[in-house]
Design a protein around this ligand. Structure first.
Ligand SMILES: Cc1cc2nc3c(=O)[nH]c(=O)nc-3n(C[C@H](O)[C@H](O)[C@H](O)COP(=O)(O)OP(=O)(O)OC[C@H]3O[C@@H](n4cnc5c(N)ncnc54)[C@H](O)[C@@H]3O)c2cc1C
Length: 380
């Protein structure tokens, strides 16, 4: 029997291509369905979007309807597996600081939808009383959500891999490029792997596998700028967003009330909007902050991060929290797939192959829910 790195290469029910969070989510869903699973990745470990992100598992603000439901389901699965897999939940919940009356109006409208369940709108006094260290002088209030979780992705993903290997008997084949997928034959740089079914989760690699299928979705790439700042000297009570997030995250941005806010922001923060900047701040176990982000789109966004985008992110941090940004410790960029007309897709190149791409920069927040749908579709 063929073996590579001491691992048997045949007899699998499911082969997953891609060990990012979407691939790992599919490995879990398949293993929970009783399948023998192999995960194949060209890298030694996930090194792309899945570890460059905030690790912010966001429910509030996800697009109303299916995507919001997928996020709730994904959050529940993260909560279930975190302690089993030894993954630390670094933070819970979300505070959206509100500095404009137009932003308060959007938050009120949001609370009146089904998505507002469990969330609350604080006035300026209550915001200051409960969250003083991050209440800017001009803060008018805050929207607070209890639904979110935050993990440190570069630490969480290896733990998820180790747990899938040891508890769910998932085989991992790393530093192995997949060239063709035609189950039961999967041709790789280490030879043929055999599996009944294949699930391809290639992130923003649009050209190696099923390029013609991928092309039908008219995808582009989005490049984001990210920063790690030194400790601000206090614990952030929850991850933080701001007014700008209300015109970016579709759960708020699609509300009619967001249009007035968008017009105000276009006048007052044109450079931020031009760089696709909104604010997310999360905090790590060592108290350092992960801060972002900007959004630049293209077929191949260059790796050069504009200084203006970084300046806008730091500026929004100062405005939204009233805190002067601590020194920058690290900078990086990341990219993910985007589509104009959908948040993700599950494509079927054949009966026993699925191609799954999250096209809205929300894979950590929705991947586990999407994976359950893929497995239900394949094995119904
Ligand atoms: C800066 C940044 C911040 C973000 N913040 C958040 C956040 O806080 N919350 C959230 O929910 N989402 C966030 N996102 C989005 C989220 O990270 C992505 O949606 C998600 O990581 C996509 O996961 P993936 O597994 O599809 O892709 P990837 O992480 O890109 O993984 C794809 C994997 O497939 C492998 N691969 C591809 N083709 C082949 C092949 N032919 N052979 C072998 N291996 C192959 C690659 O090597 C790679 O490891 C953020 C993204 C970025 C860039």
């Amino acid at each position: 029997m063929t073996q590579v790195l001491g691992k048997r290469l045949s007899g699998f029910d499911v082969a997953v291509v891609g060990a990012g969070i979407v691939g790992l989510a599919h490995a879990l869903a398949a293993a929970r369905a009783g399948k023998r699973v192999v995960v194949i990745d060209r890298d030694l470990r996930a090194n792309g979007a899945s570890i460059r992100n905030f690790g912010f598992i966001t429910v509030t603000g996800q697009e109303r309807g299916e995507h919001w439901s997928l996020a709730r389901r994904t959050r529940d699965i993260w909560a279930e597996i975190a302690s089993e897999a030894g993954i630390a939940i670094e933070q819970k919940g979300l505070i959206v600081t509100l500095r404009r009356l137009e932003a308060i109006t959007v938050a009120q409208a949001f609370l009146n939808t089904e998505m507002g369940v469990g969330c609350e709108l604080l006035d300026a006094r209550e915001f200051r009383r409960r969250f003083g260290p991050i209440a800017a002088q001009d803060a008018l209030g805050a929207l607070v959500s209890p639904h979110e979780l935050r993990v440190e992705s570069p630490a969480a993903l290896p733990r998820l891999v180790a747990w899938l290997e040891s508890v769910h008997d998932v085989t991992f084949l790393t530093e192995t490029a997949v060239y063709t997928v035609d189950p039961p034959r999967i041709e790789t740089s280490r030879g043929r792997i055999e599996a009944e079914v294949a699930i391809v989760c290639p992130g923003d690699d649009f050209v190696t596998l099923f390029p013609d299928r991928v092309a039908t979705y008219r995808l582009k790439k989005c490049r984001l700028s990210m920063l790690r700042l030194a400790s601000p000297g206090f614990r952030l009570p929850m991850p933080v967003m701001s007014d700008l997030s209300l015109v970016r995250y579709r759960g708020y941005a699609a509300l009619p009330q967001a249009e007035t806010l968008r017009r105000t922001l276009a006048l007052e923060q044109a450079a931020h909007l031009a760089n696709g900047v909104h604010l997310i701040v999360v905090q790590s176990a060592d108290d350092s902050l992960v801060l972002g982000d900007s959004h630049h789109y293209g077929d191949l966004p260059p790796p050069f991060a504009p200084a203006e985008a970084e300046a806008c992110i730091l500026d929004e941090f100062r405005r939204a929290t009233g805190v002067n940004p601590p020194p920058v410790l690290e900078r990086w960029v990341g990219t993910y797939a985007v589509a104009d007309d959908r948040n993700y897709f599950i494509d079927a190149p054949s009966n026993n192959v699925r191609l799954v791409i999250v096209t809205s920069g929300t894979g950590a927040s929705t991947g586990f829910g999407i994976a359950e749908r893929t497995i239900a579709d394949l094995f119904r």
